[in-house]
Design a protein around this ligand. Sequence first.
Ligand code: ADP
Ligand code: MG
Length: 704
Amino acid sequence: MSAELFNVADIFGENVFNDTVMQERLPKKVYKNLKKTIEEGKELDLETADVIAHEMKEWAIEKGATHYTHWFLPLTGVTAEKQDSFISAPMQNGKILMSFSGKELIKGEPDASSFPSGGLRATFEARGYTVWDCTSPAFVRQDAAGATLCIPTAFCSYTGEALDQKTPLLRSMEAINVQALRLLRLFGNTTSKKVTPSVGPEQEYFLVDASKFRQRKDLIYAGRTLFGAMPPKGQELDDHYFGTIRQRIASFMKDVNTELWKVGVTAKTQHNEVAPAQHELAPIYAEANIAVDHNQIVMQTLKRVACQHGMKCLLHEKPFAGVNGSGKHNNWSIITDDGINMLEPGKTPHENTQFLLVLSCILKAVNTHADLLRESAADPGNDHRLGANEAPPAIISVFLGEQLEDVMEQLVSTGIATHSLKSGKLQTGVATLPDLSKDATDRNRTSPFAFTGNKFEFRMVGSRDSIANSNIVLNTIVAEAFADVCDVLEKAEDFELAVHDLIKEYMIENQRIVFNGNGYSEEWVAEAERRGLPNIRSMVEAIPAITTEKSVKLFERFNVFTKTELESRAEIQYETYAKAINIEARTMIDMASKQIIPAVMGYTKVLADTVLAVKEAGADTSVQSDTLAEVTELLKETRTALSVLRNVTEEAAAKEEGPVQANFYHTDVFPAMEALRSPVDKLEMIVDKELWPMPSYGDLIFEV
Ligand code: ADP
Ligand code: MG
């Protein structure tokens, strides 16, 4: 098979209303005004908006677009949109024109009463507005609906409260921009005009065959399997990780990449992940708000293209018990408009005071607000990873690596750092292989927050979640630490001395958050407890962090969230958890009563008939009757567990909504689900495969 000629450079961004397109199509003055808005946050007048809207529409129609939509991120975790066609009212002669005004571009008013608002918006005054975010470029999406012009927007209530992820994200980016610039100025930087958090999320996912997916109600309703015995082979051979990509998957990946490149997403790295049927895709990093939008596009594209290939993409954090789950590594750094990465240590970090100050601020931020960071990664699916038996642990700690930890130790013990560990050469002992210079530090894959050269990698985010929350928290807590040091340093008489003192003070005070060892070990859990670090094992235990006094003070200080907004978000989190577990419990009840119990009863009939027939033939029936007894015992256990689960689920539904109900789902319903699963999984190992009513784990993950 020869590869068709394919030039990525030709298709990249072809469906994006990007800078090049704007420069080509917009009158000079309009282009300049828009750039001012994008770069400096200047308000856009309606006249300019009208011209932009017109050109955007013409361009989109050339790409085949019939509709436009304000594309936003409500608090459901997925994107939302309402599509309008470009047609205007028919003219006298019965013909129509295609129109799109500046007003329609800038503002939309979806009837938004059904989106979660956590009580922010009473339904009788359910006005919600979508507002154009011109910092994230509009694009044309091509799918079965034809082509649609998608305009990234923020979503807020009539009174200006944020009802989405984007609004607080943009606010947090502004906070860190302002505070980071203050810090840079103190170190003599007069040229940088803007500091932006950069984000590169690595997305993990599973692919299963669509026909098998359709035979499993748990995958359909809950996105994860709720029953399922382990296949004889799992991931123990590590033969899937980075393994050769099979042709069916390769062809899927090719289409995903093409779709992503067209809409300007920089899909870069792809590989097989640890678990069978698990894969990963990472783009090149981008400004935080674009990275957030692009990650949503990535998730949608994975799902859409999977369907076109007769597969289903599972984004759930734990689709299969006992098999590695999926997460998202959020790589984060802070970079100026003139290209300075504030997390770049240079070759001799011990001499780089600005870097050391930034680093100690981040340590302080993470140590002070570990609970908020943990909460930012909380979702019902992630409860199966964080704090369960999987990576990363639920305890927040920071991995610095050998070199920086050594600098930190020097500072903490003597107050001055005199040297940085050198990296040395990597020698393979093979003459024909070049000697490489080694990275100054090795990797640690078990840390939830790891320094990786010139960025931090926050590894807790769930695979299905938006990365917005984590970045809102990161940006804001680091902005706070920067603001605090700037408050001191701007008044200091001896700047050098004051910086030195602050670095030392912060390093000493926040030393407990640094951990370079094995984050999965039992010893670390005990050690972390001795250090007083929070170990928040579940989503319901994590949610209260949102509304503590400390959190309200932080977010209000930087205008990222008001107290009311925080309270509404906590409420939504409780609701989300309760709803998710309720769906899972009801799905289990449905599957157990309508599919599993009938199938097992069918099998007992087969066994009973066999016992009788064998007996009549005068042979020994012990194997058959023992099996029948064993199956009957497990069947009884199943029925008992089923009725317990029915009862607690009913009880849960009657509880007062909010923390009470969510906690009840966690402490009572969830264990009852486990109790039902246990005998069923044992039965699956005994019952004739022909009679089992759904595909097994083996069928799902080894036969894609
Ligand atoms: P690693 O092997 O260290 O995980 P990769 O090169 O695979 O590094 O990068 C992982 C992700 O991190 C990619 O999305 C990449 O674009 C992103 N990344 C790289 N450098 C930065 C940076 N300075 N800031 C934010 N993200 C970054
Ligand atoms: Mg990585």
